[in-house]
Design a binder for this molecule. Structure first.
Ligand SMILES: NC(=O)c1ccc[n+]([C@@H]2O[C@H](COP(=O)([O-])OP(=O)(O)OC[C@H]3O[C@@H](n4cnc5c(N)ncnc54)[C@H](O)[C@@H]3O)[C@@H](O)[C@H]2O)c1
Ligand SMILES: O=C(O)C(=O)C[C@]1(C(=O)O)C=C[C@@H](O)C=C1
Length: 366
């Protein structure tokens, strides 16, 4: 059976979803966005089958609508669908990072032709816009679904079936639980990353050289501070109660930490760090899978033209496919580190052996 799927908001997430669904048999994709240049890009690159700047008309004839705009915009679009005279039944979902605002509207919909299932793929990037979209963005990611109270399981199954090409792992969560958990593991860390950047910027007034010293540690922990402020202000605003509660907890934790630094012994400081390390290492464990990780290898490389390409070529020549590659630090003339991620242990171990054979110094992440 053919389905007309309308993706409203063709940015990083909407564009990536469209790319991952684009080759599904029987799916006809229509892309809607308010930015003409985005629609033009989507059309030029065949990311969708058709583009439109007329949401009301497009939604009338759609079988499925994926709201992939900022939280507050998605909420308004859902209200709009409720006002439109629909041609037939429609399954509506969203991808927004906070679930309560949209679920509140979903529970008050007037039209019985709309079935709403909240959605949130737990994958993304600090980049935004359609140019950053990737077909494999959601591979292996947790994809949260929050059906409304009266939603039939068959509709959840229909949505999961549609989203199967994303290769994500679906879990059903209550919206409030979702918002509490994502505030801890996604939203709050973002706030802290931004605050660390502010702190560094303030200290730069005293030490102008500070940015030059920002190596792997600072860059790793603050990467997400480079995300789209317009998307994040929306998330913080929509989830402000949970954020405020977490800030209270954090301030208490920081007071204890200050006490520990001011008066604690080395053993206590060690214990604090060790407990955190233990928990963090456990998150990456393949068995526990709270953070779905790939199988990583760290490779030392030199800052020479073509050094990264040589590593990629070596693996490609041996038919080993990389899932991800990240440059952790490259300082002029000094060794940098590449993090290579593989989908399975076999690829990880084969690559490690190969790289060592060709003289690379590697470290494997067990
Ligand atoms: N970026 C992430 O890491 C991430 C991950 C998971 C979920 N999300 C959620 O996905 C949603 C989209 O985020 P993104 O990262 O793709 O942002 P983005 O900025 O890349 O894309 C948003 C798109 O929505 C469009 N848009 C804005 N107003 C619109 C309107 N009125 N009608 C139609 N389109 C409109 C923009 O032009 C843009 O193309 C957000 O709700 C965000 O919370 C983001
Ligand atoms: O990888 C990133 O840059 C992200 O911030 C992705 C991330 C997150 O993990 O916090 C951000 C927001 C989302 O709603 C889901 C995923």
């Amino acid at each position: 059976m053919s389905q007309k799927v309308l993706v409203a908001g063709l940015g990083l997430i909407g564009g990536s979803l469209a790319l991952s669904l684009k080759d599904t048999k029987g799916v006809y994709l229509i892309g809607y966005d308010t930015k003409p240049s985005t629609l033009e890009y989507a059309k030029m690159n065949a990311i969708v089958d058709e583009v439109t700047d007329d949401f009301r008309t497009a939604v009338k004839h759609a079988d499925v609508c994926i709201l992939a705009a900022p939280v507050s915009v998605a909420v308004e679009l859902l209200k709009t669908i409720d006002q439109v005279e629909l041609h037939d039944e429609i399954l509506v979902t969203d991808v927004t990072s906070v679930k309560k605002p949209i679920m509140d509207v979903a529970h008050q919909l007037q039209s019985d032709q709309i079935t709403f299932i909240g959605g949130h793929p737990m994958a993304g990037s600090h980049k935004h816009g359609i140019q950053a979209a990737k077909s494999h963005l959601f591979e292996n990611a947790i994809y949260v679904l929050s059906p409304t109270r009266h939603c039939h399981q068959a509709k959840v199954d229909q949505l999961e079936a549609l989203l199967t090409p994303t290769n994500s792992k679906f879990i059903v969560l209550d919206p409030d639980e979702h918002d509490e958990m994502t505030s801890v593991i996604s939203h709050f860390p973002h706030l802290i990353a931004s605050s660390l950047v502010h702190q560094a910027r303030n200290w730069q007034k005293k030490h102008a050289y500070i940015p030059k010293l920002a190596a792997g540690g600072f860059r790793d922990i603050t990467r997400i501070a480079s995300s789209n402020p317009s998307m994040w202000k929306d998330i913080f605003f929509q989830n402000k109660e949970k954020m405020s509660q977490l800030l209270t907890d954090w301030i208490d934790e920081m007071k204890d930490l200050k006490e520990l630094i001011d008066t604690g012994g080395q053993d206590q400081i060690y214990a604090y760090l060790d407990e955190a390390k233990d928990y963090r290492d456990g998150l990456d464990s393949k068995k526990k899978g709270a953070i779905l990780s790939y199988y990583d290898i760290y490779v030392d490389i030199f800052d020479q033209p073509g050094a990264i390409l040589k590593v990629i070529e070596l693996l490609a020549k041996h038919d080993i496919s990389l899932r991800n590659i990240e440059i952790l630090e490259i300082r002029e003339g000094i060794t940098g580190v590449l993090r290579l991620s593989f989908q399975d242990k076999n690829d990880q171990q084969m690559s490690d052996a190969l790289l060592q054979k060709y003289g690379y110094s590697t470290m494997i992440d067990e």
